[in-house]
Design a protein around this ligand. Structure first.
Ligand SMILES: C[S@@+](CC[C@H](N)C(=O)[O-])C[C@H]1O[C@@H](n2cnc3c(N)ncnc32)[C@H](O)[C@@H]1O
Length: 256
C-alpha cells in the first residue's frame, strides 16, 4: 500500500522505505503532480530545539528550497534547515478566522512565518510580532515577509525567554506553536499578554490525558500568578506518534 507523503509545493517528502520502493514512489509522484520537481525521503524524526528533520534526496531536481502556497501566501524555506508542516494548515486557517481586524498578535516560535504572515495578509490592520530562535528560520521569515508584501509583521531572532520582556503587555492574541516545550513558556505568554488576551497553545501527550493535563498546568499557573483563565476550545491537531497526540487549547487570560 502506498504510504503518506507531504507535498510542500515543488518538493514532495515521502516516508522512508527500501531504496527501490522510494524510487518507484518518487517516479509516481513526479508523473502525477505537475508542480513537484523534487522528491526527498524522511531520514529520521523531527528533533532538537529547532524541530528539524533530516531528509535524503531521492529523485528529480537536487533542490531543498520549497516554494509552498497556503491561504494566499507564498513561503520559501530550506526543508533541511527549518521546521515547516503543511499538516498545520487547518489550524492556521482556523486562527485566521478568529482574528479581529485591528488586533495585536504575538506569534512565539514563529518558524518561517506561516501563522504570522497569513494573519497579517488576511487582516492588514493587525499588528503582528514574531519571535524565532533558529537564525535560518528567522532569515526565511524576513524573506517571506518581503515576498508576501506584508507591512504589519516585525520579527525578533532569539529565545522567547529572553525576548518576551521586550513585548510586555502587547498582545490581544498569543500563538504558541511549539508543542514539545510550550508549557514551560506560560510565564512568557502571560508577560506578552494584555489584561485580557486569548492564547492558542499547542502541546503533545497521550490522547486520553493530554487535554486534562494541559488544562491543569494552565490552571495552576493562573493560580500562582493571580489571573483568571477561561478555556474556550480544545481540539486534536493530529496524531503525532504511536503514543502521542498533538492538541491545541484556546484559553482566555483575564486580569484585573
Ligand atoms: C514546531 S516549530 C513551529 C514553527 C512555525 N510556527 C510553523 O508553524 O511552521 C517551533 C519553532 O520554534 C522555534 N523555537 C524553539 N525554541 C524556541 C525558543 N525558546 N524561542 C523562540 N523560538 C523557539 C524553533 O526553532 C521552531 O522554528
Amino acid at each position: 500500500m502506498a504510504r503518506g507523503y507531504d507535498l510542500l509545493g515543488n518538493i514532495a517528502i515521502i516516508e522512508e522505505e527500501s531504496r527501490a520502493k522510494e524510487r518507484a514512489r518518487a517516479r509516481e509522484l513526479l508523473a502525477t503532480h505537475r508542480q513537484v520537481s523534487t522528491v526527498l525521503a524522511k531520514a529520521g524524526a523531527v528533533t532538537g530545539i529547532y524541530r528539524i528533520r533530516k531528509v535524503r534526496y531521492v529523485a528529480g531536481e537536487r533542490n531543498y528550497t520549497a516554494d509552498y502556497r497556503e491561504n494566499n501566501c507564498l513561503f520559501r524555506f530550506d526543508v533541511r534547515k527549518t521546521f515547516f508542516s503543511n499538516r498545520l494548515s487547518f489550524e492556521r486557517t482556523r486562527i485566521l478566522g478568529l482574528v479581529k481586524p485591528r488586533e495585536r498578535v504575538m506569534v512565539l516560535f514563529a518558524g518561517v512565518g506561516p501563522f504570522a504572515i497569513e494573519i497579517a495578509k488576511s487582516h492588514p490592520k493587525t499588528t503582528v510580532r514574531c519571535i524565532e530562535l533558529n537564525r535560518n528560520a528567522y532569515n526565511y521569515l524576513l524573506d517571506n515577509v518581503r515576498l508576501n508584501k506584508v507591512h504589519n509583521v516585525t520579527a525578533q531572532c532569539g529565545s522567547v525567554k529572553r525576548l518576551s520582556g521586550d513585548n510586555e503587555g502587547f498582545a490581544d492574541r498569543v500563538v504558541m506553536p511549539m508543542p514539545k516545550t510550550s508549557l514551560s513558556f506560560l510565564d512568557d505568554a502571560l508577560r506578552v499578554s494584555k489584561k485580557k488576551s486569548v492564547v492558542h497553545i499547542y502541546t503533545f501527550g497521550p490522547a486520553e490525558s493530554v487535554v486534562g493535563d494541559t488544562k491543569m498546568a494552565i490552571r495552576e499557573h493562573a493560580k500562582r500568578n493571580g489571573y483568571k483563565v477561561r478555556f474556550l476550545l480544545d481540539r486534536v491537531v493530529r496524531p503525532y506518534s504511536a503514543r502521542e497526540t498533538e492538541i491545541v487549547l484556546d484559553y482566555a487570560i483575564i486580569r484585573k
